[in-house]
Design a protein around this ligand. Structure first.
Ligand code: SF4
Length: 306
């Protein structure tokens, strides 16, 4: 069976799992291309206008796989951590895709609770039965997929830069270089090192979110807020850059929470949608880094107390 995997949304977090599982089962796996202008245009054409950029891009990836496979993985991810939720757009993704894109092959539709071992296994078992009726092969492929995912570490932690920022936002905005217009490369060219939330230990993130008057129930908000608050409190960064999707409710809340916590510490929010121009991003980045450099010079020259 030819199975298509759209290179969008949480593909960047979980591709070792899904690719290993399908390949071990003998499926012919077709991964869509890196996001490009044609994929974006298709996404904008098919997705509803109100959708955020990553959802539009995902539609573009799905559209690009039509005619090349018999089944497309459209994961209905409900939850990735206990007692937390993920964006409702993930929960309704199969409906959005089916109702917007014409001439679709089969897609996966069952809900996926990544936080529950039993639910995760059952989801993959059902997917496996679409490819083979050999339960032994399905279980073996599942164990290989678990191992491949365990070995995989996503995130960025640069060393050796004088100026360092924490780069925050959803993984599909940070690791899709077309969406973010090669942001990390641009920062490196400016001599700025990057750290992402994956390199902040879970217990530090928990400590920070537990101090809030109400614990965020969105996993994305928890991670971004916790990482920003911890790194800021440790004096480990010179600034914060948040890549935010235009019209994302979760981003609007978490940006305000972070601003409230860090007060006048440098923070740049880059809001992106399909209209965002690269020149504007470059100018804002340059101005932000310039501001950080001047701030550091002033702080280095402050008279020592005591
Ligand atoms: S969390 Fe925000 S950016 Fe991500 S899919 Fe939902 S609305 Fe879009």
């Amino acid at each position: 069976m030819k199975v298509g995997i759209p290179k969008g949304l949480l593909y960047y977090k979980y591709y070792p799992f899904i690719e290993t599982f399908l390949k071990e089962l003998g499926a012919y796996v077709v991964v869509s291309d890196d996001t490009n202008k044609a994929i974006l245009n298709e996404g904008v054409k098919y997705a509803v206008d109100e959708a955020c950029l990553p959802i539009k891009v995902f539609h573009g990836h799905v559209a690009s796989l039509r005619g090349r496979c018999e089944l497309i993985i459209v994961p209905r991810i409900m939850c990735i951590r206990d007692r937390e939720y993920i964006c409702p757009k993930f929960c309704g993704l199969p409906e959005m895709v089916k109702n917007s894109i014409t001439e679709m092959p089969m897609i996966t539709e069952l809900p996926l609770y990544i936080n529950s071992e039993k639910s995760l296994y059952n989801w993959f078992r059902k997917l496996g039965f679409m490819i083979t009726d050999n339960i032994f092969s399905i279980d073996t492929a599942y164990i290989s997929a678990l191992n491949a995912q365990k070995k995989f570490k996503s995130g960025i932690k640069d060393e050796g830069y004088k100026t360092n920022i924490v780069l925050l936002g959803h993984p599909y905005n940070l690791y899709d270089n077309f969406i973010n217009m090669n942001l990390v490369e641009k920062l490196h060219k400016f001599g700025v090192g990057v750290i992402t939330e994956e390199f902040v230990e879970e217990n530090y993130i928990d400590e920070e979110v537990n101090r809030l008057f109400k614990r965020p129930f969105w996993s994305f908000a928890r991670n971004s807020y916790g990482a920003a608050a911890y790194l800021h409190s440790q004096d480990k960064i010179d600034g914060i850059i948040y890549v935010s999707s235009f019209s994302c409710g979760i981003d609007s809340v978490v940006v305000e929470l972070i601003k409230d916590r860090i007060k006048d510490f440098p923070m740049l929010v880059l809001k992106i949608d399909e209209q965002t121009g690269e020149a504007g991003i470059n100018t804002r980045l340059e101005a932000f880094i310039d501001m950080i450099d001047r701030r550091n010079i002033v702080e280095d020259n402050l008279p020592a107390h005591g």
